[in-house]
Design a protein around this ligand. Structure first.
Ligand SMILES: [Zn+2]
Length: 135
């Protein structure tokens, strides 16, 4: 085990819901995370100050070296839908870390998308009512 690594807890569905359900008064107007607060996945904007976020957990199960690429869309959503379920057992949630805005504690998921010729840092705010255990 490497010393000095910041380790964060593995979070399950219920823990993620609890995090996302916290609300601070005024959070909807938070200037620190306004650029990344729209409901679906997006690329982290180039000018966004990543230090505005802190990592608080992960959805990546350490024992699962090859997490599934299957997605969970029982209601006909797609990966980019603002109302797509947030299902930790499915792609891309199964490779996300959990972050929060240091100012307003809004919860976000973030992972790196590896395309053929690019890497993209993607982020999505967590809405508690969209979190699903996939059943
Ligand atoms: Zn914020």
């Amino acid at each position: 085990m490497a010393h000095g690594d910041a380790t964060v807890p593995l979070l399950g569905t219920q823990a993620l819901i609890r995090l996302a359900a916290r609300q601070l008064a005024g959070a909807m107007d938070c200037p620190a995370c306004a650029a990344i607060a729209s409901a679906g996945w997006q690329s982290v904007p180039g000018g966004f100050d990543r230090k505005a976020l802190r990592r608080v957990g992960t959805l990546r199960r350490p024992e699962d070296e090859d997490p599934t690429l299957r997605e969970h869309h029982p209601a006909g959503t797609n990966a980019w839908s603002a109302d797509a379920p947030i299902a930790p057992a499915f792609f891309p949630y199964n490779r996300c870390d959990v972050w929060e805005c240091a100012s307003c504690i809004r919860t976000f998921l973030r992972y790196t998308e590896y395309g053929g010729y690019y890497e993209e840092d993607r982020i999505r705010p967590v809405l508690a009512q969209l979190v699903s255990d996939g059943t």
